[in-house]
Design a protein around this ligand. Sequence first.
Ligand SMILES: Nc1ncnc2c1ncn2[C@@H]1O[C@H](COP(=O)(O)OP(=O)(O)O)[C@@H](O)[C@H]1O
Ligand SMILES: [Mg+2]
Length: 229
Amino acid sequence: MIDVRHVSKIYLQGKREIRALSDVSFKLEQGEFLSIMGASGSGKSTLLNLIGGLDQPNEGEIFIDGSPLHGISDDALTLIRRRKVGFVFQFFNLLPILTAEENVALPLLLDGVPFAQIRNKTVGLLERVGLGARTKHRPEQLSGGEMQRVAIARALVTDPAVLLADEPTGNLDSHISEEILGLLQTLHRAGQTVVMVTHDARAASYGERIIKLKDGGIIEDIAVSGRAS
Ligand SMILES: Nc1ncnc2c1ncn2[C@@H]1O[C@H](COP(=O)(O)OP(=O)(O)O)[C@@H](O)[C@H]1O
Ligand SMILES: [Mg+2]
């Protein structure tokens, strides 16, 4: 499903090279819930962005659902990004002038699907994330947890092969965080492949597998056994 092969990423800051990832390799099967855990600066977001095709590695190769993310045109990469991955971020990244429903619909609108065709889908997804009564609310009328639910619905609207979440609870208090993590777990149990990045061990434990990153390298890759909840 996801195949990361010997990936390295170096950022240039002026003349200084910052090695964000060094020779990272792992495979993810369809339906897994992987947590990528590490301290701030360990390369988590860099890795997630590479998997999502938002950026390109300096070395190595990444395949999603059999499609290579290298050696393809920008248009092809855009289509993969639009159709195969769904992104969820720490600060939700909702458009403030759009309602919840319109925010969720946006990826399909950008893909040229008529609004009439996608209305059932957006409302259905908002119901699935527990926001069936908030479809016409704008982000400022929603709590942080509700905004993140909208963002998760938006990420799922294209039926992505994988849901990629970067510190999805980083801006939420602990009670709301557990609700959001529980929602990700519910989606996973319904078959959704999930990759979540977090610096928080408790959040990471919601995954069924944890890869630990340190200084841009994998230092541990473990199966989580028998989480109680
Ligand atoms: N666009 C960038 N330009 C330069 N350095 C960057 C950039 N993005 C990340 N880095 C650096 O790469 C390293 C890994 O960053 P990042 O992947 O954001 O880590 P994490 O998400 O684990 O906090 C850090 O040293 C960070 O400062
Ligand atoms: Mg990060």
